[in-house]
Ligand binder design. Structure first.
Ligand code: DAH
Length: 347
């Protein structure tokens, strides 16, 4: 029976057209779009064929349906084949593009590190926090009263000459010592007191080991029965953590107006172990901080009962610790922001 719908020719032509177009397609995005134009139920080249069923003579309907399904299945297979070929090609291209040459030298990324003085500050904060100390942050602009008078250093006291002070006015100054924080803490809090206070201090002083601005850390412990022995015991623990096991301290008599007795604390030389070297100038000992038993006058000035309470205090220069620990021979190296110098220290 001759076909009225000319179906064979049409299907032949569709086949040829799909084959030709699929061959031209070179990427999976285009095949996705082309798929729609072939299979769409309304406008698709093959997808829309079924809509013609109504016009097909009754006796041809079954054959028509079968042939349309055949070409649909065929086209679907062709699309699948082409799709997997394209996918594979694209994957290959991607592998090629993303190929890593593991023999290439790595790109060195510059990375920042903390300033050596910040590193020392953080290490000390960690150590003291581990011993139960709180941190008090004072202010860099301070009243003469807190920086000197309340620390048993009234006007005209000869000890004021120990520190060349930047005055902002007769009443205000740039603090010369973090010791000023001791008074604020004792005014605000009753014993037991156990604080450290790190921060910048200022003095008109400038040479290879002194800078007009430097960093100190103050320590203050006030409680019942505190003695110089407690200070010594604590310092022996701490210097081992900073300078290494086996490091010890010795106390030498000194003078500070706010402590009585006052001491200078030396550490045994961690470079030569005490036999004498250039670092300890042949003495086996290196001076690291000032300390003492808090003068009763200072405690009383803050309203603390000296019958019941006593305390010790210490003040340490952190640039000095950084210089000793990391081997800087000039404090200026810590202020010049030369990355070749600063980046060497990453503790
Ligand atoms: N404030 C002193 C200075 O800057 C250091 C110091 C010495 C602090 C003895 C203290 C101390 O707390 O008890 O030179």
């Amino acid at each position: 029976m001759a076909e009225q719908s000319g179906l064979s020719e049409r299907l032949q032509a569709i086949r040829a057209q799909v084959e030709e177009n699929l061959q031209k397609i070179a990427d999976s995005k285009s095949i996705y779009e082309y798929r729609k134009s072939v299979f769409d139920g309304k406008v698709g080249l093959i997808g829309s064929l079924m809509r013609e069923m109504g016009k097909i003579p009754k006796e041809e309907k079954a054959e028509f349906g079968k042939r349309v399904n055949e070409i649909k299945n065929w086209a679907q297979e062709e699309f699948e084949k082409k799709n997997s070929v394209l996918k594979e090609l694209e994957m290959k291209k991607r592998y090629e593009a993303e190929k890593i040459d593991i023999t290439m030298p790595a790109k060195m990324r510059a990375h920042g590190n903390l300033h050596p003085v910040t590193q020392v500050t953080n290490q000390l904060i960690d150590i003291f926090a581990g011993l139960g100390f709180d941190i008090y942050e004072g202010t860099e602009i301070e009243k003469d009263y807190y920086n000197f008078t309340a620390l048993n250093t009234p006007q005209d006291h000869p000890a004021r000459d120990m520190q060349d002070t930047f005055y902002l006015s007769p009443e205000f100054l740039l603090r010369t010592q973090t010791s000023a924080g001791q008074i604020h803490v004792m005014e605000e809090k009753k014993p037991p007191i156990k604080i450290i206070s790190p921060g910048k201090v200022f003095r008109s002083d400038d040479d290879a080991t002194h800078s007009p601005m430097f960093t100190q850390m103050e320590g203050l412990v006030v409680d019942e029965g505190i003695t110089l022995g407690d200070l010594k015991g604590m310092l022996d623990e701490i210097v081992q953590k900073i300078f290494g096991e086996g490091t010890t301290t010795r106390l030498r008599p000194s003078y500070f107006p706010f402590t009585e007795p006052s001491v200078e604390v030396d550490v045994s030389c961690f470079q030569c172990g005490g036999c004498g070297c250039s670092l300890c100038k042949g003495t086996g000992w290196i001076e690291i901080l000032g300390a003492g038993v808090v003068n009763n006058k200072v405690l009383e000035g803050c309203g603390i009962d000296t019958e019941k309470y006593s305390g010790f205090a210490f003040g340490v220069g952190l640039e000095r610790i950084a210089m000793l620990k990391y081997g800087y021979n000039n404090i200026k190296l810590l202020f010049e922001s030369d990355l070749r110098v600063l980046s060497q220290i990453d503790d």
